[in-house]
Ligand binder design. Structure first.
Ligand code: ADP
Ligand code: ASP
Ligand code: MG
Length: 413
């Protein structure tokens, strides 16, 4: 008898018919003698709808109340699934984040899980119930409802699996595994049998939204085996696990893109020590993460600084930077939301030279202008005009030999 955490994303619970499908899968795992904890997202499109309502009410909705609103989608789906399970003659119990409780910090909109008390879930399992937990939400030490950032149900599931010492965490979504790139934009994308925590971490943080980045951090830290599968068929899925020797051989294992960033440029900043600190400190204080940063030095003691932030933070960031720019006598602040970050990821890059220049050659051959570049040990990212995203992904996928039939089934695994 094993303890399994199953998480179903928005498409998998998009209507009552699909919730019945989820119920059948959970019931099957229970029928095989396992303890089953199900984590659900809101119905697809619902969280977007709730976010839009908040922004209709205010340009900068207050964090606490924003989370009260956007966490409601999950309450609906966990209730519905529990109703369906009971209708099928099974014991089921829905639990909201605060009822578990899943305790987070107070960073509304992107709270981090601090602790999970598994007692209540274990009690319910002992009574023979399938426990159905609302993803994406928690409660802070003051009792306020919080949310974990978009895609946060994945993190709820993996964190619960870690806290309950589950044998497996299954992430059911609308694709049947982790691919070399988003299979919805590149037909040649190939499913990986296995992917290491580190590579998945890079891919997720660079835009492969199939898993939320924080969920992979949890999986890695607590060594939770995560299986990404489809809720619509029985194909095998992708196992996210510790790196093994085979994986190191692959130079590039995936291509990702992220259209959810925007670029801010501060032009003609007087080039003095401390300028970057002055610009970025207020952003940090406002809880805004800065991603790619490029600084150009000119010859007349002025510099241009360009960086990216997530689109959710863009308006706030622009307002803050405009304020700072005036005080440091910069000439102008420009914003651009029409960008995408395209990245190549691979653990084998550590030991292979020439990956970056090949990437730049490929872009040059397609006439795609590279606006910014950033690298780490196992990834290279470029920022390009958003209209070239799909093209860039496809040509890189091909250039690095990731397509079907070009590498063995085991490669990347
Ligand atoms: P869910 O609602 O189930 O959480 P998401 O939309 O958050 O689903 O994540 C699944 C989507 O992730 C897929 O539909 C796919 O378009 C996208 N995706 C991006 N990169 C990848 C990748 N490398 N492998 C698989 N899916 C990917
Ligand atoms: N419903 C939330 C969202 O759309 C959480 C999730 O789906 O994981 O971001
Ligand atoms: Mg998701």
């Amino acid at each position: 008898m094993a303890l399994i955490v199953q998480k179903y994303g928005g498409t998998s619970v998009g209507n009552v018919e699909r919730i019945k499908n989820v119920a059948r899968r959970a019931a099957k795992a229970r029928g095989e003698g396992n303890d089953v904890v199900v984590v659900l997202s809101a119905m697809s499109g619902e969280t977007n709808r709730l976010v839009a309502l908040c922004h209709e009410a205010s340009e900068f909705p207050i964090g606490r109340e924003y989370d009260v609103v956007i966490s409601t989608g999950e309450q609906v789906t966990i209730g519905l699934l529990s109703i369906v399970l009971k209708e099928m003659g099974l014991r089921a119990r829905s639990l909201m984040g605060h009822q578990v409780p899943i305790v987070t910090d107070s960073q509304f909109g992107s709270a981090r899980i601090e602790s999970i008390d598994g007692t209540r879930i274990k009690d319910e399992l002992a009574k023979g119930s399938i426990v159905v937990v609302a993803g994406f939400q928690g409660v802070d030490p003051e009792g306020n409802i919080t949310t974990l950032g978009r895609g946060g149900s994945d993190t709820t599931a993996v964190a619960l699996a870690a806290a309950l010492k589950a044998d497996l965490c299954e992430i059911y979504t609308d694709v049947d595994g982790v691919y070399t790139t988003d299979p919805n934009i590149c037909q040649e994308a190939r499913k990986l049998k296995k992917v290491s925590y580190d590579e998945m971490l890079e891919m997720a943080s660079l835009g492969a939204k199939v898993l939320q980045t924080r969920s992979v951090e949890f999986a890695k830290k607590y060594e939770v085996p995560v299986m990404v599968r489809s809720s619509f068929n029985d194909s095998e899925g992708t196992l996210v696990c510790k790196e093994d020797k085979e994986m190191e051989k692959v130079v590039v294992s995936g291509i990702t893109y992220n259209k959810n960033e925007a670029k801010i440029s501060v032009l003609r900043v007087p080039d003095r020590p401390g300028i970057a600190a002055k610009l970025f400190r207020p952003l940090t204080e406002a809880g805004i993460n800065v991603d790619v940063i490029v600084q150009n030095i000119s010859h007349d003691a002025h510099t241009d600084l360009t960086f990216t932030v997530s689109k959710e933070d863009y308006k706030r960031a622009l307002k803050i930077v405009e304020g700072t720019a005036a005080s440091i006598e910069a000439k102008e602040v420009r914003g651009d939301t029409g960008i995408a970050k395209v990245s190549i990821v691979g653990a084998g890059m550590r030991s292979h030279a020439g990956v970056a220049s090949k990437m730049f050659d490929v872009m040059a051959n397609e006439g795609i202008n590279i606006q910014m570049i950033s690298t780490s040990e196992i990834k290279i990212s470029i920022v390009v005009d958003v209209k070239y995203t799909e093209l860039a992904v496809r040509v890189l996928h091909e250039a690095f030999g990731l397509g079907r039939g070009e590498v063995t089934e085991e490669a990347g695994a």
